[in-house]
Design a protein around this ligand. Sequence first.
Ligand code: FES
Length: 349
Amino acid sequence: MSDKTRDPKGRRRVVKFSFYRVDPAWRALPSSERECGTRAVSDTVQAFSDRLQIRSYSLVGTRGDADLLLWQIGDELEDIQQLASFINGTPMGPYLTMPYSYLAMTRPSIYVSREEGRGERLELHPGDSKYLFVYPFVKTREWYQLSLDQRQKMMDEHIRIGRKYPSVKLNTTYSFGLDDQEFVVSFETDEPADFLDLVMELREAKTSLYTLRDTPIFSCIAMGLKETLDSLTGAHEERSTQAVENAWQKVADASALPPGSSRVVYYRGDQVAIFNVGGEIRAISNRCSHANGSLAEGTVEDGSVICPSHRSRFDLTTGEPLEGPAARPLRTYSVRLEHDVVLLGPSTA
Ligand code: FES
């Protein structure tokens, strides 16, 4: 995320959650057309990175009516509008709809947290968690008729429960008058089970009596934009039926992977980063076990790859984490070269 997108004056930020759905016809297009479309979307999003913080998430497999989320934070509503319009203008645009769209802003909370005082949530700083859970939220009108003191007492309980789950980070944004909901809440975590337990426990809190609506709920998996777009199809064109039945599968042409280069391929549904290290091809699961950073964009050094997100280092032979915040090993894959063809075989770890 660019520092240029952070507002040093702490002004209110505009926040947009755009959930896109991809027409199934997109998946039937030739891979060259899809690649051209996804590249245009990636380039468009990239072109806005000096004006908007943009995080991408895949919902493929977690939600039936939306496929990807672009979470945007910026200063001007017009930038958000322009980005949507430019995406519509890409070759992928005719295949995209936005079934869910939530507009909000940051603002200070009126409730006081004992530990932090009154909330000053003018800035939003998305972390690097693997998962994001998002939902629009509306309270009953009775809630607003209670005195601030009564509401604060109930919020104290709510805040106390939240503090029991430090692995879950809450971002509250406000939509009053801007959009249909009153709030959009998003929870970042690496531990979905903690989020589930938190939400269950909050149902017993008094504040829950005053919830009018808190659906639909979106479970989103953090990925780089390219991987998010790739997740729409799983790059299945690279796999023939016969290849899937065999252990070895063609994933790339060796001539397209010169020494020092890398790329993302798919092997039996796994997203795999392959590297040409001095003429030798190495293959490791592409998603960093810390927070899903794309290792294909990492740096290769001394037989290991360094994640571009927070510099976890993984051994390319064993997949073991060698340094940095990642604790879990990654899968590595057997590689065979046949003439100009790179074949991947079963995982070696
Ligand atoms: S995503 Fe954090 S180190 Fe890789």
